[in-house]
Design a protein around this ligand. Structure first.
Ligand code: 3UK
Length: 538
């Protein structure tokens, strides 16, 4: 194990010698990935055809693809709706490569539209419904949406750029029923643009992460098959919504890869609602974020009954799962939680625990198909046990950040990506998360940029200065904590709750500080830089 890691690390820098048919070959570092789409998929490959159409062509059309409270869709019905939706897009004048953006809850129209856009050769853009209109506008402009599909209970048609077409959720549902069936899935390249997911940048401004037709296939073959061992008779339920990369994998392409079932839930995932969904639809695979497990445990420990007996495996991602939460959940339900780390840029989970050998508090071991390195500031591999910056290589990594050439170059190094996470490894090869190399906070699995929250608080007339850091709650889960210095003469009465309310009005709910502490001054270096580590240590 140790030797293998050294080998990987070494080949990453200088390449390696290998033998093939008696010939000695030198393999350069950039062509040493464990598995590549280029070796396994044909040139012409449409992801929607692979994940939807293939099941019908291979005789699995009768199987259920999606289930929700009011109904269900078989793979045959899904395939027909996807091809009708694609036909409606063509008729409306959406061309190959153009962006179709979705601001919608997890109703069946979202996966139908997502696959339908990809089936037509367009680029699907599912948008985070929790963000504020300001961000929605920014995203729609940045991706230059040709068509904006909006559920009017979430956003307004006015968000669309002037030259975009707009459909409501009802228009989209109708297109999937009444559109002219395309005969064939559009011929696209395996490396063609398929979808964009917006993730928060360090300043809070969303960055479009561009993924290719082969990326979802790669995640399904690696994490889906090798870690989850997902089978056609599995039924997935995800707390993370489809507009998150994590939810998209859990609820759409990981189950769709093997012809399994997925439960769609459009509501707010309160612990009560989630428990109700589980008891009603009986999933076998359950996907949550640590905060959701903590919230469910809180109601269960207060006496609420919850029947998770249908579930064979639970998964947690989005932020680190504290060992105590893992133990409490195991004690209550008898089910293991596999903590694994993924990112929008890598698309799904690339480092994970395994069923039957969970190491509580750890992210486990690399998912087969991905190579990992922990490096110091000079780019050299750190010795086992020491902290390093995590680099990852694997064929599901994004092509680029949309319209962000400099950020792309900063993130991608050859076929490696810098995740921004700090990790160390134990002697058994398990990886342990040790925070981020930037100041970004993960709260409930959502990105929070301190810069953005600080800018909002500063705009309040009573605030002179402020700094936001992540601080652990009683479950060891991080939430934004704001430290503020008030203006001379400011009204300090009830200022903590007034500032929280002020932030809540202007920011996505999860970005508002959980705690506000008033200080006389912020700790600063001689050069005036705020010493966040001192605030974090408080
Ligand atoms: C952090 C974790 C410790 C880490 C995601 C599963 O979270 C996902 O994607 P995002 O782009 O965030 C990525 C960042 O979140 N993180 C995620 N999971 C863990 N830290 N332990 C974990 N288990 O900082 C990472 O860089 O929102 C998760 C699948 C797909 C995803 N996109």
């Amino acid at each position: 194990m140790r030797r293998d890691r050294a080998k990987v690390a070494d080949s990453a820098r200088v390449g390696r010698w290998t033998k093939n048919a008696g010939l000695r070959l030198f393999v350069a570092p950039w062509c040493d990935s464990a598995m590549r789409a280029a070796d396994k998929l044909p040139d012409r490959f449409n992801a929607a055809e692979h994940f939807v159409g293939r099941h019908v062509a291979e005789g699995r059309g009768e199987r259920t693809a999606f289930t929700w409270d009011e109904g269900s869709l078989s793979y045959a019905e899904l395939d027909e709706r996807v091809r009708r939706f694609a036909g409606a897009l063509r008729k409306a004048g959406v061309h190959k490569g153009e962006r179709v953006a979705f601001l919608m809850p997890d109703s069946p129209t979202l996966p139908v539209g997502f696959w339908g856009a990809i089936a037509a050769g367009a680029v699907a853009v599912p948008i985070n419904t929790l963000l504020k209109p300001h961000d929605h506008r920014l995203i729609l402009n940045d991706c230059d949406a040709r068509l904006f599909i909006v559920d009017e209970s979430i956003g307004s048609k006015d968000l669309a750029p002037a030259d975009a077409m707009v459909w409501t959720a009802e228009d989209a549902a109708r297109a999937a029923i009444e559109g002219d069936l395309i005969e064939r899935y559009e011929s696209t390249h395996r490396d063609g643009f398929a979808f964009l997911l917006y993730s928060s940048g360090t300043t809070g401004e969303p960055k479009g992460v561009l993924h290719l037709h082969h990326d979802m296939w790669f995640c399904s073959e690696t994490y889906g098959t090798r870690v989850l061992g997902i089978r056609p008779d599995d039924k997935c339920f995800s707390i993370a919504k489809i507009f998150f990369a994590y939810g998209l994998g859990n609820s759409v392409y990981v189950p769709n890869h093997v012809g399994a079932q997925s439960i769609l839930f459009a509501g707010r995932p309160t612990p009560e609602a989630v428990i109700e969904q589980v008891e009603r639809h009986k999933p076998t695979l359950f996907f949550g974020v640590p905060t959701a497990y903590a919230n469910m445990l809180a109601v269960m420990e207060a006496g609420k009954k919850a029947d998770f007996s249908s579930v064979r495996l639970c998964v947690s991602a989005g932020e680190a799962l504290p060992a105590t939460l893992y133990e409490r959940w195991l004690k209550r339900t008898g089910i293991e939680i596999l903590d694994g780390i993924g990112s929008t840029e890598i698309l799904h989970i690339f480092l994970s625990n395994r069923a039957g050998s969970v190491v509580p508090g750890s992210s486990g071991k690399p998912v087969p198909g991905y190579d990992l390195r922990l490096v110091d500031e000079t780019g050299s591999d750190v010795p086992t046990g020491e902290l390093g910056d995590l680099l990852v290589r694997g064929d599901s990594i994004m092509a680029l950040y949309w319209n962000k050439h400099e950020a792309t170059k900063h993130a991608l190094r050859g076929d490696w990506i810098r995740t921004g996470d700090r990790y160390y490894q134990d002697d058994d090869g398990n990886y342990f998360h040790a925070g981020r190399s930037d100041d970004m906070i993960k709260s409930g699995g959502n990105w929070v940029s301190p810069v953005e929250v600080e800018a909002t608080l500063i705009s309040h007339s009573d605030v002179l200065e402020c700094a936001v850091v992540g601080a652990p709650d009683v479950d060891g889960l991080f939430k934004p904590h704001a430290f503020v210095v008030l203006r001379p003469g400011a009204d300090g009465a009830d200022i903590e709750s007034r500032l929280r309310a002020y932030a809540k009005e202007r920011l996505a709910p999860y970005k508002a500080p959980r705690w506000v502490t008033v200080l006389q001054e912020l700790p600063k270096t001689a050069t005036g830089k705020i010493q966040r580590f001192l605030l974090r240590a408080r």
